[in-house]
Design a binder for this molecule. Structure first.
Ligand code: HEC
Length: 132
């Protein structure tokens, strides 16, 4: 058996045969969920349900359709004067681009209507173009 076949057959020993892309996507979702639970869920809720009129629900929130804007909001926060709810969202500067990519991939999958996988390159580009 040549090396490639060996690698493929090892990758296929699990329940189903997954490609490298699918594996990476699954990894993004697992990491993204952990970041969401640690950094966002205390305000937006474990299931994205929000908290009364204090914190908006993320589940089904149309704001998720614009991933670039979501990326900017995560890193830079939403200042009280820009906020729809008059409440600010604090910036989260400590997240790396890859963290944000995994987080937004998870948000899209769990709560959004666009199921896009976001890469760290996309995060960097979005952050270079944040409006405010
Ligand atoms: C301290 C509480 C708090 C934390 C933590 C927080 N947010 Fe927010 N978030 C808010 C508030 C308040 C708003 C509403 C701002 C407004 O009215 O525009 C908001 C708005 C948003 C919006 C825009 C929703 C809309 O309807 O326009 C998104 C997307 C979002 N948050 C995602 C996140 C993500 C992802 C995280 C984790 C990295 C996070 N937030 C962490 C409080 C928080």
């Amino acid at each position: 058996m040549n090396k490639l076949l060996l690698v493929i057959s090892i990758a296929c020993m699990g329940v189903s045969c997954t490609s490298a892309d699918e594996l990476e996507y699954e990894q993004y979702l697992v990491n993204g969920e952990a970041i969401y639970k640690a950094e966002c869920a205390n305000c937006h809720g474990q299931k994205g349900e929000g908290l009364r009129n204090l914190y908006p629900a993320l589940k089904g929130n149309g704001a998720l359709e614009n991933s670039d804007k979501v990326i900017c909001s995560i890193k830079n926060g939403i200042s009280a004067d820009k906020a729809k709810s008059s409440q600010a969202m604090p910036p989260n500067a400590k997240l790396f681009d890859l963290d944000v990519a995994q987080l937004v991939t998870y948000l899209n999958k769990e709560f959004g209507s666009n199921k896009d996988k976001i890469t760290d390159k996309q995060v960097k580009m979005a952050l270079d173009n944040c409006r405010d």
